[in-house]
Design a protein around this ligand. Structure first.
Ligand code: URP
Ligand code: ZN
Ligand code: ZN
Length: 464
């Protein structure tokens, strides 16, 4: 058998050429020109199309008990939506609350995903408290191939950690060669500002952004960087949303701190006026850090092009309209999150590459290769090379469409990007050599996805 992808223009983070890809037993076994199709092989004609490595979403929430409810997707719905949009691997935040046992939480997340995901997946393990069991449990989880941690400087008393807990987590991360991802907002300031606004009768979604101002995110980013510096750990700021936080991150990078930066789809395309819309329309656009003043969008695009922002994720986090209405009386009760797993690749291609704001190689790098490198998956994932997993996206740049909740595959009744035009979409998507998507339709094997065991940075440097 085998699969031959013929005549496309192959684009990776650092190369672009016309050629054929021959796939056997889940991996790429040859690349070249005019490769012959052996008898029985399936042939995909990619003439006139771009051929990308499968995209990796480094930040999604699927199973998520949060703010008195649960995010809407299952691993089955989210993974199909991901694949239709060209994402062949996602890394989910495994987020037991402060009240839960970390190892039990980890096993719950693994069980939810096992056998249900159509694409490959991994986890970032959230550390939401530090007690006498935590260190041994985290060592066990890392030995299981989950080689990145997550901490929240926000969400006091739920997911949030104290500075002492952050220190302990980073110290262990440095010892094990495990990168720690962090949601960087000052929880105390957010809590105090929220109470001030509510006491003044300021209850609508338009007060969400003022309650978590840019300075609060910049402080969290700078503090995280200082703790990285003092522990020698590697870190990754998730969903960085604004210029002051970026400045704090870049200053740390310039000092030599091992700090990497992710920004997410909503912060490139939506500004705070979306959350200022009346009623539930505003609530649909409540996430944290919040959608920001418009002047930040151009800053994020330039920083992405320049490589100061390393990766683009989604922070996919679907809550439906009924759930958003839990916050009808107080913006502090609106479940935080905007979905995007299905739309990241097409929207970043359209509004980045096609509008001239994002180089095509940087697009591949930021949406695939960097995530693979930072999270111990490269070169198995994140590139097209002999020996790599055959996760391939044959991309049709001639496609024209419009984002709509009525046609999406994620399990939600709204789309935060409703009405946005898209110029391009995947025409074929493979996961380890199996065609899972054709032209917007899932045609594959529902439970094909595997949990990926990832390397620590120590294992990578010893292997290299
Ligand atoms: O608003 C957001 N970002 N919801 C998901 C939880 C988180 O902070 O990532
Ligand atoms: Zn977050
Ligand atoms: Zn998140």
């Amino acid at each position: 058998m085998g699969l031959l992808i013929k005549g496309g223009e192959i684009v990776t983070a650092d190369a672009r050429f016309h050629g054929d890809i021959w796939i056997e037993s889940e991996t790429i076994s040859a690349m070249g020109h005019d490769l012959p199709a052996p008898a029985g092989a399936e042939v995909i004609d990619a003439t006139g199309k771009l051929v990308f490595p499968g995209f990796i979403d480094p930040h999604v929430h699927i199973h998520l008990p949060f703010m008195a409810t649960f995010a809407k997707d299952t691993h089955a719905t989210a993974s199909k939506a991901a694949l239709i949009g060209g994402t062949t691997t996602f890394i989910e935040m495994c987020c037991p609350s402060r009240e839960e046992d970390a190892l039990e939480g980890y096993n719950t997340w693994k069980q939810k995903a096992a056998g249900n995901s159509a694409c490959d997946y991994a986890f970032h393990m959230a550390v939401t408290r530090w007690d006498e069991k935590t260190e041994a449990q985290l060592r066990q989880i890392v030995a299981d191939g989950t080689t990145s941690f997550k901490i929240f400087l926000a969400y006091k008393n739920f997911f949030g950690v104290t500075d002492e807990e952050m220190f302990n987590t980073l110290k262990l991360g440095a010892e094990l060669g495990v990168i720690t991802t962090a949601h960087c907002e000052n929880a105390e300031l957010v809590g105090q500002l929220q109470q001030l606004f509510l006491a003044q009768g300021k209850t609508g979604p338009e007060w969400h952004e003022p309650s978590r101002p840019e300075a609060v995110e910049a402080e969290g980013t700078a503090r995280f960087a200082t703790f990285l510096e003092q522990t020698g750990a590697a870190g990754y700021v998730v969903h960085l949303s604004c210029a002051p936080a970026l400045r704090a991150a870049v200053e740390a990078k310039l000092r030599g701190v091992k700090l990497h930066v992710e920004s997410v789809l909503p912060h490139f395309l939506l500004d705070k006026t979306y959350a200022e819309r009346a009623g539930v329309e505003g609530m649909k656009h409540v996430m944290s850090p919040p959608l920001r003043d418009k002047r930040n969008l151009a800053v994020l695009w330039s920083a992405l092009e320049a490589g100061l922002i390393d990766t683009v994720g989604t922070d996919h986090c679907p809550f439906d309209v009924d759930q958003k209405l839990l916050g009808a009386k107080a913006f502090t009760q609106i479940p935080n999150g905007i979905p995007g797993i299905e739309d990241r690749v097409n929207l970043m291609y359209t509004y980045g590459v096609n509008r001239g704001s994002l180089d095509l190689h940087r697009f591949v790098d930021a949406l695939s290769t960097q995530a693979a490198k930072l999270f111990g998956l490269f070169p198995r994932k994140g590139t097209i090379a002999v020996g790599s997993d055959a996760d391939i996206v044959v991309y049709d740049t001639a496609y024209r469409g419009t984002i709509s909740a009525t046609t999406q595959h994620t399990n939600n009744d709204y789309n935060g990007f409703e009405g946005f035009a898209i110029e391009g979409r995947p025409s074929v998507v493979t996961v380890r050599g199996k065609v899972q998507v054709r032209d917007g339709t899932f045609v594959g094997e529902a439970g094909r996805g595997k949990m990926l065991r990832r390397a620590t940075s120590r294992e990578v440097s010893h292997a290299g």
